[in-house]
Design a protein around this ligand. Structure first.
Ligand code: BG6
Length: 501
């Protein structure tokens, strides 16, 4: 990103939840990467707010560990020495008015009018913090500087709660000031979807129902629920991943070209995708959605306990750790083209990709080469951990007989570019400081995402559906997910890791 960019305007970066995991693992390393790339203003400052009693120096020493453990290729001099001297700590309870008064004094003392408030907190305090910021006039821009808030997911737990949170936010600040983050939009390969589609002449003419048979979007993880049992058991894979990360991928894959690359134009086209998703009725929700839960198994050679045996998970939990669904789109470009989405934990390999499966050649021209054995023409966008694009097609095997074989053309980012260390948050933080909202979500987009999944949440909450289908940790997911595609005469692309062809 430093190819294009100059240092962001100066500001005070306030982190609520400064003692938490997000700050340690992602935010501080990301801010550090920005400083290494020369993208922070000379008088940039950080104020970390948390409950514990500690001095500035103690807080800085904690962050030394965060940079050492989570920032790739970090050093102890140079950028970190500079950045660490810009860090201060404020002890405060986020539900106490005094905290915001003290913060206001700090901002005044820093003489800085621009302030960015990052809510790296549990979701239960999003609304109270925002209310307090409003009441303490910390969001007031009448002094000339800007005041912005970044809010993490989960944004609500269903449609009603998301609407309520949006109402609360918009009662104390304008839409322009709020930055609803989805870290998937900070990933280079995710941003590349738009560049690939709209910066090239060869893809877009085929990017529609005339040529595309179906689309598969996969975010497969090998990690289990780890230490997040309490959050996860109340959340599940659907809420955790679908209305946010997977819908972002869906939107970028299915959106119409915007009229220009400006935030409103891009966000408007993305929002239209969700509006076009065919609503689930009671029966569809049952037929088009599969949920699974992992049982004990082996992942990457290591034993993994069953989900129900994880700390803070109910022993009879019906929470899904895997979800697969089929969506149809009611619009001109995509009518009749299924989009299959799947995501799960404790799977065989960590692999995220978007597969565009093109329609087969219309008939079997070559003798002895039945059409059903033709190599599918897939354009695969590999998002992580490999980053690149492959196209698969059939070629003639050398020899006197006409026989076909599937081959792949492959582009790998690492072969062409020196990839800068990145957590995925750098671009998003920088964009917020420069006021670019393109990669952030508007209220309507969040609500549209929840509206699509709400019938499934209702169905599951009613207890009418069977418990999630079991799948072995380290497998490809429940067989019911295969059946979802098999009913349409299709199958998932196998989840393959970097070591398997
Ligand atoms: C988070 C989810 O938003 O995204 C996690 O809460 C999930 O459950 C994570 O593991 C996946 O992100 P990434 O960047 O590792 O694909």
């Amino acid at each position: 990103m430093n190819d294009r960019a100059k240092a962001a305007p100066s500001c005070v970066f306030v982190i609520f939840g400064a003692a938490g995991d997000l700050t340690r693992r992602l935010l501080m390393p990301a801010i550090y990467n920005l400083s290494r790339a020369g993208l922070l203003a000379e008088d940039f400052k950080i104020v970390g707010v948390a409950r514990g009693e500690k001095s500035d120096e103690e807080f800085r020493a904690e962050l030394d560990g965060s940079i050492r453990d989570f920032a790739e290729g970090s050093d102890s001099d140079g950028p970190w020495t500079w950045l660490r001297s810009r860090v201060n700590y404020l002890k405060g309870d986020l539900t106490d008015t005094a905290t915001y008064r003290a913060l206001g004094e700090r901002l005044e003392k820093a003489g800085r009018e621009n302030a960015l408030f990052y809510l790296a907190t549990p979701p239960s305090v999003f609304a109270p913090v925002i209310e307090h910021l409003g009441r303490a006039k910390l969001l007031d821009e009448s002094g000339g500087g800007w005041r912005r808030v970044i809010i993490e997911k989960p944004f609500g737990t269903d449609l009603e709660s998301a609407k309520a949170l949006n109402r609360k936010i918009l009662s104390v600040m304008s839409e322009r000031q709020i930055f609803r983050i989805d870290h998937y939009l900070g990933k280079e390969t995710v941003q590349n979807i738009m560049v690939l589609r709209f910066g090239n002449g060869i893809f877009e003419p085929m990017w529609n129902r005339n040529h595309i048979d179906h689309v598969q979007i996969t975010v497969a993880e090998t990690v289990g629920v780890e230490g997040r049992g309490k959050f996860y058991d109340a959340t599940g894979a659907l809420r955790d991943m679908i209305p946010n990360h997977l819908f972002q991928l869906l939107e970028l894959t299915a959106m119409e070209p915007p009229t220009c690359f400006d935030a409103e134009a891009v966000r408007t086209e993305k929002a239209k995708v969700l509006q076009a998703v065919h609503p689930f009725g009671h029966n569809d929700a049952e037929r088009s959605v599969v949920r699974g839960q992992y049982t004990a198994g082996t992942v990457n050679g290591k034993a993994m306990k069953a989900y129900r045996q994880s700390p803070d998970v109910a022993p009879d939990s019906r929470t899904e750790t895997y979800v697969a669904l089929k969506l149809m789109m009611d619009n001109w470009r995509w009518a009749g083209v299924p989009f299959y989405l799947r995501t799960g934990k404790a799977l065989e390999t960590r692999h995220s990709e978007i597969v565009i499966r093109f329609k087969q050649a219309p008939f079997a021209l070559f003798r002895d080469t039945p059409v059903d054995s033709l190599t599918p023409n897939d354009l695969v966008l590999h998002l992580q951990p490999e980053e690149g694009v492959t196209v698969s097609f059939g070629v003639k095997k050398p020899g006197p007989k006409v026989a076909m074989r599937g081959v792949e053309m492959r582009f790998d980012y690492k072969d062409y570019f020196k990839v800068m260390p990145s957590t995925g948050y750098e671009t998003l933080i920088y964009d917020c400081m420069t006021g670019d909202t393109t990669l952030f979500k508007r209220a309507e987009e969040i609500e549209a995402g929840w509206r699509i999944v709400q019938p499934m949440l209702d169905l599951w909450a009613g207890g009418a559906m069977d418990a999630p289908a079991p799948y072995r940790a380290g497998s490809q997911g429940p067989k019911e997910a295969d059946e979802l595609l098999a009913r349409d005469g299709r199958q998932w692309r196998a989840l393959v890791g970097p070591d398997r062809p």
